[in-house]
Design a protein around this ligand. Sequence first.
Ligand SMILES: *Cc1c(COP(=O)(O)O)cnc(C)c1O
Length: 434
Amino acid sequence: MTDPTRTPRRKPKPEVTRIGGRQLKPSTLMMGYGYDPRLSEGALKPPIFLTSTFAFESAAAGKRHFEGITGKRPGGSEGLVYSRFNGPNQEILEDRLAVWEQAEEALVFSSGMSAIATLLLAYCSGGDVVVHSGPLYAATEGFIARTLSRFGIGYVDFPAGATREEIDAALARGAELAQRQGGKVAMIYLESPANPTNALVDIEAVAAARDTLPGEARPPIVIDNTFLGPLWQQPLAHGADIAVYSLTKYAGGHSDLVAGGLYGARQWIEPVRMLRNTIGTICDPNTAWMLLRSLETIELRMTRAGENAAKVCAFLAGHPKVVGLGYLGRIEDPRQQDIFERHCTGAGSTFSLFIEGGEAEAFRFLDALKVAKLAVSLGGTETLASHPAAMTHLSVPDERKALLGITDNLVRISIGIEDADDLIADFDQALAAV
Ligand SMILES: *Cc1c(COP(=O)(O)O)cnc(C)c1O
């Protein structure tokens, strides 16, 4: 959680985070934390601050702010300066996001991909290597393989479910490549569960492997926590240094905005803040305000979606036209189950459904759905269904698709917060149409 004793970036404000010895829960803090109505005419909710720049109290105050912005003094700006750097709505949002994982600092971005791109660019120089789990979100994998490679940055990957030995081997391969290229392993980048396979990465094993490296060669461990965060997986507690999010998904939760975020200890976040200041990948005040509203209900929404997914999957698992289910509530592999029990507190609401047949059968199922909408994305209030092989992963070469288990009979489903029995009735009639 943001340290209330540190130099504040905004005007100091009283924060109620405890009652007696009791630490208030994130779900309680989402209603008011980080915002003082007295600074905004008593408005119960923060106004949307539509301004490109902020008036300084004095010339000396302006100088102090710029010392923070330019990194002459650590910790960012002490006050509001210019809307490419910071703004009240964005700072309140960052404080509230950090609460979920007791992170020291959080940053918000205009999209999940602008968060990921800013992060990678902040950490990687020519010759460096990114060691990453696979598969990653397609745009992330593309950014590393096709864009960073143009600047002489290499990568080495390992399968999401890798054992400690396989992770050690990947780190060794990464170090070898980095040495050949005259750089270092700049980052270990994970995504768990992987999309669309739902394979989990053993974050604790990755952290243990990284910690055997000599001090100066220890890269930060980053994890894309979009699928299970912040409710069902809190990776900073398991050894990750930075958690990144597409806030477009569960955090936004209503399929009506695009945004990204990341958080961790200040030492890891500061270089990313500096680059965000320079290139302006911060999210806009309106989107930040929408996210503040969304965060008030995030626990309710995710809890309901998770309960719905468990009921729907119990139905699907017993259906004769369903030949497989990639759902974290029904893991068959003992090692994956062990990772799940150590890292996750819920199975989420996004899963893969394998229908008897191939693309034709999967398409008939998708076209017959009445409640669930046919769209990519996830984590919204409404249930969505899509076909990865023909949509999100269309550009993945066939051999790699086969390796990742992205088959033509695979349908990807994100369960929303509708009535569970209505969803079951919808899937039942759509399967009958196959
Ligand atoms: C959607 C998504 C992203 C990209 O986020 P945008 O907000 O669409 O830029 C990154 N990672 C994962 C796992 C995602 O699902």
